[in-house]
Design a protein around this ligand. Structure first.
Ligand code: B16
Ligand code: MG
Length: 215
C-alpha cells in the first residue's frame, strides 16, 4: 500500500477556534458599522487575515484607509489571542487523537495545512506540535486558500502523489484548494455548505479507522 499523506486544517478541524475568529471579526465589523452574519462568516473560514478584512469590507462595499486597515488587523488578532489564551489539550476536537494514532500506527505522513499565523502557538497549547511531520501555515505560504499552495507544499516536500493526499477541512476555500490540488477532500461540518467535498462528516469523531483504511 502507498504511503499516504494526511493533511489537517487547524481552525475548525483540530480545535474549535473558528468561533473565536468569528467573534473577533464581529467586533471589528461593528466598529466599522458593518452587520456581519454567521452566514457571511462561512465565506471567511480558511481565508487569511488580510483577505478576511477585505471580504468584510466588500460585503458592504466599503473601503478604508490603509493605516486603519493594518491597525484593524492587529486589533482583530489581539482580540482573538485573548480568546485562545486558555486553550489546552482538552480542547482538541473528539476523534482527532484517534485518527492521528491510526496515521502514526500505519506509518503514513501527517501534515498541518492552515492559513493561520497563530497555528504553531495553538498546536503547542494543544500539545500536538510534535505529532506533525510537517507544518505549513500562514507564516510560510504566499498564496492564501483557495489557492492550493498550503497543501502542495507538504505534498512536494514529502514526495507524495496528489491522489495519495487526504485533506480534512471545515471551509469552502480549503475544500476548493484540496480539489484544485487533485487531493481527496473531506469536509467536516455542514454538508450543504461543504457540498464540493469528496466526503462529508458532520463531526470529526464520525470518521472511523475503517473509513481511513479505505482511502
Ligand atoms: P490568523 P485554518 C484560518 O485557519 C481560519 O479558518 C480563518 O478564519 C483565519 O482568518 C485564518 O486562519 C488566519 O488566521 O489570523 O490566526 O493568522 O482554518 O486555515 O486553520
Ligand atoms: Mg479551518
Amino acid at each position: 500500500m502507498n504511503k499516504k499523506l494526511f493533511i489537517f486544517d487547524l481552525d475548525g478541524v483540530i480545535v474549535d477556534t473558528a468561533k473565536y475568529h468569528f467573534l473577533a471579526w464581529q467586533n471589528i465589523a461593528s466598529e466599522l458599522n458593518i452587520d456581519f452574519t454567521i452566514e457571511q462568516n462561512e465565506l471567511l473560514k480558511g481565508v487569511n487575515r488580510e483577505n478576511s478584512l477585505l471580504k468584510i469590507l466588500e460585503f458592504e462595499n466599503k473601503s478604508i484607509d490603509p493605516s486603519l486597515f493594518n491597525s484593524l488587523l492587529i486589533k482583530k488578532n489581539n482580540i482573538y489571542l485573548r480568546y485562545v489564551e486558555k486553550i489546552n489539550s482538552s480542547d482538541v476536537i473528539d476523534g482527532i487523537k484517534n485518527s492521528i494514532d491510526y496515521i502514526k500506527k500505519h506509518k503514513h505522513h501527517l501534515a498541518l495545512g492552515s492559513a493561520s499565523k497563530n497555528a504553531q502557538m495553538i498546536l503547542r497549547k494543544l500539545e500536538l506540535f510534535e505529532c506533525f511531520d510537517i507544518i505549513i501555515d500562514g507564516t510560510i505560504t504566499e498564496k492564501a486558500k483557495p489557492n492550493p499552495e498550503v497543501f502542495l507544499r507538504s505534498m512536494n516536500r514529502l514526495k507524495v502523489k496528489s491522489e495519495d493526499c487526504i485533506v480534512f477541512e471545515d471551509s469552502i476555500s480549503g475544500i476548493t484548494a484540496a480539489n484544485t490540488a487533485g487531493m481527496i477532500s473531506i469536509g467536516i461540518g455542514n454538508k450543504d455548505v461543504l457540498s464540493n467535498a469528496n466526503h462529508n462528516f458532520s463531526k470529526f469523531n464520525l470518521i472511523t479507522n475503517q473509513f481511513l483504511s479505505h482511502l
